[in-house]
Design a protein around this ligand. Structure first.
Ligand code: GDG
Length: 503
């Protein structure tokens, strides 16, 4: 295996101002110990850190860490080659590798996105347990670990991200790595019996045992994981709040991910959005075109709202930005067809020559424009059927004008609902309820909108991306200093310990 250092010029910093602000904040907020160790980030996909601010979501968070502190970011560069590439491409703080066509098919589209993604989002019906997927999933994790291992230093903190890489720590440990290794799951952890439907669930649980810290988005996810470990694979909670899993002790906690609020603070109303009628009010939805995002239900609820409230016809539009994703997985083709048919039928039924009720955009929109679109929208309609966190909910709140804010309607099944209770919380499966809540949101008076927005903004600011990063790394540092008990164990673990003590 070779490591190719392109040895290019130092990376240009197009967002120098943002990077500097982020760096100042990081340095000001992170614990003393964390300043000294290098962070090795491992994620399925590594984005060009110069372009990440345009990408949104977790890419922004990881690129920020990679840019602003001693770090190495390792993963797939997005290239697919016919033959296995053993070469690691090194460019500054980024180290990437290519995948083969077979890896991409069986590890990425196959096991990661046709087994783990649907099952973790409670869609067992969509899971494709095909022969060969799991073996390739393990094989790619093993190869990635072998490619990273020569680049590691003894005192690195390793932070692995997301469901593509569950077995990564096991593979690194096999190669002798003793470093603290943390894992963060960006998607929800399913109820324990759902997880047990995965034929290889025990191997996956064994993989989890190789981590020192497992971070999840919400307390509900922690409860699901702890219940699974106890019931499914004989995990035992020990008195210091960790879980004994096979021969290792693992900490589990919730670390709700957030956004960089400053990115949205300067949003302005987007004049280019107004339709033929200037008085039109906008509802905004921004979701990758994924079956977990509840888009058909959202369109149906909007249709129902127009049906039940004729006075709003001609007065409101639903703008749905739904960029394509994983188009070669069958379930994604189905959802696209379903959505296009629904948009067509609602527009055909209610539309006028000068008013189209649903603006459906199946393309990506520039990130700098998103903030302005959020600010110009009276309602943010965020109604996934299941979601780890949902950053769009937070972005919508952060972009509002505090003196005249819009209303966030949020699914009870998004992780964000756990701490954003001042949103109008809906059950996205209940079309009639969602339709009625859209009406309530339009009728909500200014004082109530301001009061809800203020409370939501407080949460979004408190749980921002820097706080997320800081709290996870601080806990991983405690693992290194062998002081894992010096933190408040999560609620389900405390409850289990209290019950044990009582008996
Ligand atoms: C996973 C978990 C968890 C969307 N369309 C465009 C665009 N976006 C940006 C949004 C937002 C991000 O993509 C989407 O983030 P979400 O959190 O909504 O969802 P996932 O992509 O499913 O992310 C999720 C997240 O990881 C983080 O842990 O919250 O639950 O599923 O930032 O703004 N950005 C641009 N154009 C678009 O058209 N530029």
């Amino acid at each position: 295996m070779t490591v190719r250092n392109r040895n290019r010029e130092p990376l240009p910093q197009p967002c120098v101002a943002t990077a500097r602000v982020a760096k100042r904040r990081m340095l000001a907020e992170k614990p003393d110990q964390a300043r000294t160790s290098r962070i090795v980030l491992v994620s399925n996909r590594v984005t060009d850190i110069r372009k990440a601010p345009q990408a949104g979501g977790v890419a922004v968070a990881l690129a920020d860490i990679a840019r602003t502190r001693s770090a190495l970011w390792f993963g797939w560069n997005g290239e697919i080659r016919p033959q296995p590439a053993t070469e690691v491409e090194r460019e500054g703080r980024i180290a990437t590798v290519a995948l083969t066509e077979a890896d991409h098919r069986d590890y990425y589209l196959g096991y990661s996105n046709s087994v783990l993604w649907p099952v973790f989002h409670n869609r067992l019906d969509l899971a494709q347990f095909e022969a060969g997927f799991f073996e390739r999933y393990i094989g790619v994790n093993r190869r990635l670990a072998e490619q990273l291992q020569p680049l590691l230093r003894g005192d690195d903190l390793i932070w692995v991200h997301d469901y593509h890489l569950l077995p990564f720590a096991t593979e690194l440990r096999r190669l002798g790595a003793q470093n603290p290794i943390g894992f963060f799951l960006h998607i929800p952890f399913p109820p324990w019996q759902t997880f047990m439907a995965i034929p290889e669930h025990q191997q996956l649980a064994r993989s989890l045992a190789a981590y020192d810290l497992i971070g999840l988005q919400t307390k509900a996810d922690v409860a699901n994981l702890v219940t699974y470990l106890e019931n499914g694979v004989f995990g035992r909670i020990v008195p210091d709040g960790r879980i004994r899993l096979l021969d290792r002790l693992v900490s589990v906690g919730s670390f709700p991910i957030g956004i960089d609020v400053a990115d949205f603070a300067h949003a302005k109303r987007d004049g280019g959005l107004v339709q033929a009628r200037a008085s039109v009010h906008r509802i905004i939805g921004v979701d990758r075109l994924d079956y977990t995002k509840g888009l058909p239900q959202k369109f149906k609820a909007f249709g129902q709202f127009l049906e039940s409230n004729p006075r709003y016809r001609g007065q409101v539009v639903l703008t749905q930005i739904a960029p394509p994703t994983r188009g070669s997985v069958e379930a994604y083709t189905d959802i696209r067809q379903q959505l296009e048919a629904l948009a067509g039928s609602i527009n055909g039924r209610f539309g006028e020559l000068d008013w189209v009720p649903i603006h459906y955009i199946h393309r990506s929109t520039a990130r700098r424009r998103l903030a302005d679109i959020y600010r110009s929208s009276r309602i943010g309609l965020v109604t996934p059927l299941r979601d780890g966190m949902n950053l769009v909910a937070k972005e919508y709140v952060a972009a509002q004008d505090a003196s005249d804010p819009g209303v966030l309607i949020l699914s009870q099944f998004a992780g964000a609902a756990e701490d954003m209770s001042q949103a109008l919380i809906v059950n996205p499966y209940n079309i009639a309820e969602t339709a009625d809540v859209i009406r309530m949101a339009f009728e909500m008076g200014l004082p109530e909108r301001q009061q809800r927005h203020e409370a939501l903004m407080e949460t979004v600011e408190k749980n921002n991306v820097v706080a997320w990063c800081r709290s996870f790394l601080a806990q991983l540092e405690r693992v290194r200093s062998n002081d894992p008990a010096n933190w408040r164990a999560p609620e389900p673990i405390r409850a289990a310990l209290a019950k044990l003590q009582a008996t």
